[in-house]
Structure formats: C-alpha cells, structure tokens
Design a protein around this ligand. Structure first.
Ligand SMILES: *[C@@H]1O[C@H](CO)[C@@H](O)[C@H](O)[C@H]1NC(C)=O
Length: 219
C-alpha cells in the first residue's frame, strides 16, 4: 500500500501548485470562498455557474474514487481515473484536479496533451519511462522509480510507459479544474468525420493505404 510519506509529498506539491497560482494563473481565480458547480443550471459560462452557497455541503468537495485501480485490459494497457470538476463539483473555479493512472505490464499512456494544465506526477508503485517533447521537438525523458516525481509543462505532448515487471500506478496533480486531454493518435486517426487521407499521408509521409489501415484501428 501507499505509505504516508507519499501522501505528504503529494500534499506539498499540490500546495506548491496553489501558491504558484498567483504568478502563473491557470483557471480563473475565485472571487469568493467557493463556487460549487451547479450541474443543473442551463446557463453556459466559462466553467460552471455557482450553486446556492447555502446548499453546499462537504459532499461537494468529496470523491471516493481513486482507491480502486482502473481496468487496464484495453489496447494501450493503461487506465486514467479522473478526479476533476466532473466528479467533484466543489473544484469549480479552483484551478486544480487529480488523476490516478494504472498501467499493466508493457502498458502506455499514449502521447497526449492537456490544453489547460501543467501536470505533476508521483509514481506510487512500479517503474515508468516518461517524457515530454517541447516546441523545438526536443524530448525530455526519465526513468522513474517508486516515489519519483516528474512534471509535464502545460499543453506539451507527453507520455508514460510501464517498463517494470509489475503493474504501475501514479497520482498526478493538474493545474485546472478540467484539464482536457487530446490523445495525438486518436485525434488524428480517429477523428469523426475523418481527416482527409491526403492530409494524413502528406503529414506522416506514408501511403494513403497505410493511412486507411491506421484509421481502421481507431474506429
Ligand atoms: C477504466 O476503468 C474503469 C473502471 O474499471 C472502466 O469502467 C473503464 O471502462 C476503463 N476504461 C478503459 C479505457 O479501459
């Protein structure tokens, strides 16, 4: 099981994220103690409309959902369990959220970006190879062991790969109530309606037959 030091470390990182908020604003700053998302409101704003503060309770800030591993029996061998404003309405306007990611042996969390968040990951169990690519296409990568931490700067393409002999599990803090995710392969080869064949064949310098066969895997 996870030892208390891990939780302490995680807590300190999340705190650090909050203090940086004023310097590097991510989601908008709150103008009151809290603005719990009113999931029933029909009004569309940036984020969610606040629920009547008199009707707010501790449950709005609570989620019992990261204790169980996600099912990694899928094409990539990983599973992301989110704890963002969709699960915890009290996160609305607070600019922070968590995910748990489980990895089967040889599993990957494929290259993806979070358009609205920097991510700070702590490896709780297993061994991972992780990295991100900057806008000059330079790869920053590292092999992580239990307790190690790695940062993926906002919006940059990144990935994680289980390189150990056991399952791996991480917790990540993200600097948005709803970080968003675009998985590169799925966005390009699994888009609906599909991107034109000649866009993908020229971009990847491959035949349109190969484009079709990759697209077929994302249906
Ligand atoms: C992730 O795990 C959950 C819980 O086991 C499961 O419902 C979901 O289908 C899994 N997602 C993927 C992509 O495998």
């Amino acid at each position: 099981m996870v030892n208390p030091m891990t939780y302490l470390t995680l807590g300190l990182f999340l705190l650090a994220c909050r203090y940086n908020h004023h310097v590097m604003a991510e989601d908008p700053d709150p103008l009151q103690d809290f603005c719990v998302a009113d999931e029933k409101s029909k009004i569309f704003v940036n984020g969610f409309v606040c629920k009547n503060p008199k009707k707010v309770s501790a449950d709005d800030f609570f989620f019992r959902g990261l204790g169980q591993p996600g099912d990694t029996n899928n094409a990539v061998g990983s599973n992301v369990t989110a704890a963002n404003v969709m699960q915890i309405p009290g996160l609305n306007t607070l600019g922070i959220s968590l995910v748990r990611i489980d990895f089967a042996v040889d599993g990957i969390n494929p290259p993806h970006t979070h358009p609205r968040a920097t991510e700070i990951l702590v490896l709780l169990e297993g061994e991972l190879f992780v990295g991100f690519v900057d806008t000059n296409n330079k790869l920053f990568s590292k092999k992580l062991e239990k307790g190690d931490v790695f940062v993926f700067p906002k919006a940059l393409v990144h990935f994680q790969q289980n390189v150990g002999k056991e399952n791996a599990v991480v917790i990540s803090g993200l600097s948005s109530q709803f970080p968003g995710v675009q998985t590169i392969a799925n966005s390009l080869f699994g888009a609906k309606p599909p991107l034109p064949d000649n866009v993908l064949s020229k971009a990847f310098r491959i035949s349109s037959k190969l484009v079709d066969s990759i697209q077929a895997k994302f249906d």
